[in-house]
Design a protein around this ligand. Structure first.
Ligand code: FES
Length: 163
């Protein structure tokens, strides 16, 4: 599980204290709300945060990793400044979304789930963005980009790099 070696840097673990205070009031074993609150605080769940949660809640670290790897809402790696969600659903697939994804992968130098080394972009794939009439579609943050062509991708990425 390579994602466990996420960069941790100098994290301020005191931010967890109010979360543990709240946790005390919850039923024993309520790990999910603690993990959600910690992720909200740090943007993802660094190793040191998970270890501290294990220590303070007396939950085995294996149980914590079991939870965070089971639920897709949890992230073990930091996200980039912009999150790209490239649709791979049926409507987009028949309109060559795989070419769009290949262009994104080669332009960014990452595979889905990855973040660029400059922390600008995280690339994700989704099953449908609910905008099939605009296929192929991708979202960058909260903006939809439809009727994509591979030659448009660099232009779109540049716009976000400058933001
Ligand atoms: S299949 Fe891509 S938006 Fe629906």
């Amino acid at each position: 599980m390579s994602s466990i070696s996420a960069p941790t840097g100098a994290l301020d673990l005191t931010k967890l204290e109010p979360i543990f205070e709240t946790y005390k009031k919850l039923a024993r074993g309520s790990l999910i709300p603690v993990l959600q609150a910690a992720q909200e605080e740090y943007g993802y769940l660094p190793t040191t945060v998970l270890e501290t949660i294990a220590e303070r809640t007396s939950a085995p670290i294996s149980q914590i990793y079991g939870v965070v790897t089971f639920y897709s809402q949890f992230r073990l790696l930091p996200r980039g400044r912009h999150v790209i969600r490239a649709c791979q659903g049926t409507a987009c697939h028949v309109r060559s979304s795989s070419m769009i994804l290949e262009t994104l992968k080669s332009s960014l130098g990452v595979t889905p789930g990855g973040t660029t080394t400059d922390q600008q972009f995280t690339l994700e794939t989704v099953a449908c963005l609910g905008a099939c009439s605009l296929a192929p579609v991708m979202m960058v943050d909260n903006e939809a980009h439809g009727r994509l062509r591979p030659d448009k991708i660099l232009e779109i990425l540049d716009k976000y790099r400058r933001k």
